[in-house]
Design a protein around this ligand. Structure first.
Ligand SMILES: *Cc1c(COP(=O)(O)O)cnc(C)c1O
Length: 425
C-alpha cells in the first residue's frame, strides 16, 4: 500500500532541510574535510595484489577503477539515496543515461513500456531508439489507472512517468499509479527531475525506482551534467516476467542495484565524473532554500500572469483553476508547486518577441538554475519531435517555458510586464 505523504518526513532522523546538509556526510575515505574530497583518479592503488584481488572480486570493500566506483561519486550517491528515501543509488553521466540504464536494467527485446505522452522530449527520442532493440513504448495521454487499463497487455513490463511533466506541468498521482502497477506486476519508474525530493519522494508514495536529471535543480547552478537512479529495493522484478533478473534475484532487495552496477551501467561506461559529483554535493546543500524561493516566485509570477490579461494561457500546478492543484497540494505536502511555469502568447512570432524582450531571464533550453531561464520549447528542447509529440507534451507554437530562479519577484514581474506590454506594440 502506498503511504500518504508525511509533511514532517524525516531523512535519517533529521528534517529534510537539515538532512540536505548532514545526511550521510561521513566519508570513510576522507581525512576530516567538511566537503567530499574530489578523487580525481581513474584507478586505485593497492599495497598488495591479494587485497586488489579481494576488492576486484567483490570480497572486500574498496575501489578499483572509477568507471566502476569512486569515493566522490559515492558521496553524492549516498546523499541522493537518503534524500529520495531509497535503498541505494547509482549516479550517471547524465539524466538520459539514468533513464536508459534504469529501463534496460530490467527490460529485454519484446517488452513494452507504458509512458505518458507528456514526457520530456529527450525521453521520447530515447524510447524511439529503443524500438530498434525490440523494446516498444505505448503512450497514454496522461498516466492514470484508467489510461493504463486501456493499453495494458501481457507484454507490458514498466510504467514510466514524470512527477511533474515538463512543460505541460501535469501532476502524476503516484499512489494511484503505484497501486495499479503493483496489482499488475509492472515496475514503476518515476522521473523526479522537476519536483526533486524537496517537493516529493516518489519511492515513499509507492514508486519502485526514481530517476533524475541532476543537471537541473539538484545541481542547481547549471555547472555539471549528471543523473541519478535511486532504487527502493522492493521492485517487482520477478524473474518469470523479468528474465534478465534471474541471475540476480537471489540477492533480494539488492538485486536491481547490483545488476545495474555490474551490468549495462558498468559496461556502457555511463559513470559520473568525480568533479561533477562534487559540484552536485555542494549544490544539494541549498536545494531546500532554492526550491522554497523558486516555488514562491513561480506561484506569484503565475498569479500575476493570470490577472494581468497579457497572456492567453498560464499553466502552473499551484493556480486555483489548475485541475492538478489538489493532487499537487497533497503530494507535495504544501511545500510548493515547482519552479516551472508555461505561458501561451498567441503566436510563434509573439513568443519570440517576448523572449527577446525580457532582460533578466537567460535564453537557454535548460531548467533548474538559480537564475530564471526562458525558452521556446517547440524550437529547442522539442525541435526533433513531431507536431503530435509536441502537442501531447503541451508544447504549442506559442508556448514559452520558464524555469523560475531565486531573484526578487518584483524585479521578475516588472521585467515580464515591460516585455509583454512592449512586445505588443
Ligand atoms: C533534462 C531532463 C532530462 C535529461 O537530463 P540530462 O541531464 O540533460 O541528460 C530528463 N528528464 C527531464 C524531465 C529533464 O528535464
Amino acid at each position: 500500500m502506498a503511504q500518504t505523504h508525511d509533511t514532517e518526513r524525516k531523512v535519517d532522523g533529521m528534517r529534510f532541510d537539515t538532512a540536505l546538509l548532514h545526511a550521510r556526510r561521513h566519508d570513510p575515505f576522507a581525512v576530516e574535510s567538511t566537503t567530499p574530497p574530489i578523487y580525481q583518479t581513474s584507478a586505485y592503488l593497492f599495497d598488495e595484489e591479494e587485497r586488489h584481488a579481494a576488492v576486484a572480486g567483490g570480497r572486500a570493500p574498496g575501489y578499483v577503477y572509477t568507471r566502476l566506483g569512486n569515493p566522490t561519486v559515492a558521496a553524492f550517491e549516498r546523499r541522493m539515496a537518503a534524500l529520495e528515501g531509497g535503498f541505494a543509488a547509482v549516479a550517471t553521466a547524465s539524466g538520459m543515461a539514468a533513464i536508459f540504464n534504469a529501463l534496460v536494467n530490467v527490460l529485454r527485446c519484446g517488452d513494452v513500456v507504458i509512458a505518458g505522452a507528456n514526457l520530456y522530449g529527450g525521453s521520447v527520442e530515447l524510447f524511439e531508439n529503443l524500438a530498434a532493440f525490440g523494446i516498444e513504448t505505448r503512450y497514454v495521454a496522461e498516466v492514470t489507472p484508467d489510461s493504463l487499463d486501456a493499453v495494458h497487455d501481457e507484454r507490458c513490463r514498466v510504467v514510466f512517468a514524470e512527477t511533474i511533466s515538463n512543460p505541460r506541468l501535469d501532476v502524476l498521482d503516484i499512489p494511484a499509479v503505484a497501486d495499479w502497477t503493483h496489482e499488475h506486476g509492472l515496475g514503476f519508474i518515476v522521473d523526479n527531475t522537476v519536483a526533486t525530493p524537496y517537493l516529493c519522494q516518489p519511492l515513499a508514495l509507492g514508486a519502485d525506482v526514481v530517476v533524475e536529471s541532476a543537471s537541473k535543480f539538484i545541481n542547481g547552478h547549471s555547472n555539471a551534467i549528471s543523473g541519478v537512479i535511486v532504487d527502493s529495493g522492493r521492485g517487482p522484478w520477478d524473474p518469470e516476467r523479468f528474465p534478465t533478473m534471474a541471475k540476480w534475484s537471489r540477492l533480494g532487495r539488492m538485486a536491481y542495484i547490483a545488476k545495474l552496477r555490474q551490468g549495462l551501467f558498468r559496461d556502457t561506461g555511463a559513470c559520473l565524473a568525480p568533479q561533477n559529483a562534487f559540484l552536485n554535493c555542494t549544490g544539494l546543500e541549498t536545494l531546500a532554500l532554492r526550491m522554497e524561493r523558486a516555488c514562491a516566485n513561480a506561484l506569484k509570477l503565475a498569479q500575476w500572469f493570470e490577472q494581468s490579461g497579457l497572456v492567453d494561457e498560464v499553466r502552473y500546478p499551484g493556480l486555483a483553476q489548475n485541475p492538478g492543484r489538489d493532487l499537487a497540494e497533497r503530494e507535495f505536502g504544501g511545500r510548493g508547486f515547482g519552479a516551472l511555469v508555461a505561458i501561451r502568447v498567441g503566436s510563434r512570432e509573439r513568443a519570440f518577441e517576448v523572449i527577446d524582450a525580457v532582460k533578466i531571464p537567460l535564453r537557454v533550453s535548460n531548467i533548474g538554475d538559480t537564475k530564471t531561464l526562458i525558452t521556446h520549447p517547440a524550437s529547442t528542447v522539442f525541435v526533433d519531435n513531431t507536431d503530435e509529440e509536441r502537442e501531447a507534451a503541451g508544447v504549442w507554437s506559442d508556448t514559452i517555458r520558464l524555469s523560475i530562479g531565486i531573484e526578487d519577484i518584483d524585479d521578475l514581474i516588472a521585467d515580464f510586464e515591460q516585455a509583454l506590454t512592449g512586445a505588443r506594440n
